[in-house]
Write a protein that binds this ligand. Structure first.
Ligand SMILES: [Zn+2]
Ligand SMILES: [Zn+2]
Length: 108
C-alpha cells in the first residue's frame, strides 16, 4: 500500500540526490526553516515538484535553486495544501525516506 511513486523512490535513494541534498544543506548559512522561521530545516523540498517527466532532469531534481530547506511541519503543510501533488513522499527525523502507510489524522 505504499503510495510513493516508483520513479521518485529510485531518485530519493540515489547517491546523486543524497550528495546533492547534503551539499545544499551545508551551503546554507542559516538552517532555520524560511517559512515559519521558528524550527530548524529538516527536509529539502523541491519547489518545482518532481514528476515522471522531469525526474531525469538535473536542472529540476539536483538544482539548488529548486530546493527549499524547510521543517517537517511546513513540509507537511506544503503538501497538504496541494492535494494533487505528485511528490508523495515523507521523511523521518533523520531525513530518511519513509513510505506513507496511512492518511494523516488531524490533530487540531
Ligand atoms: Zn517551518
Ligand atoms: Zn516536498
Amino acid at each position: 500500500m505504499a503510495t510513493i511513486k516508483e520513479y521518485a523512490e529510485k531518485f530519493y535513494k540515489s547517491n546523486a540526490w543524497e550528495r546533492c541534498r547534503q551539499a545544499f544543506i551545508a551551503s546554507l548559512p542559516d538552517k532555520t526553516c524560511p517559512r515559519c522561521k521558528e524550527r530548524k530545516g529538516k527536509i529539502v523540498h523541491h519547489i518545482k515538484e518532481i514528476t515522471p517527466e522531469n525526474i531525469n532532469d538535473p536542472m529540476i531534481t539536483l538544482n539548488f535553486d529548486n530546493f527549499e530547506y524547510i521543517c517537517q511541519k511546513c513540509h507537511t503543510q506544503e503538501h497538504l495544501r496541494d492535494k494533487s501533488t505528485k511528490e508523495d513522499v515523507q521523511f523521518d527525523e533523520d531525513g530518511n525516506l519513509i513510505l506513507k502507510k496511512s492518511p494523516p489524522h488531524s490533530n487540531g
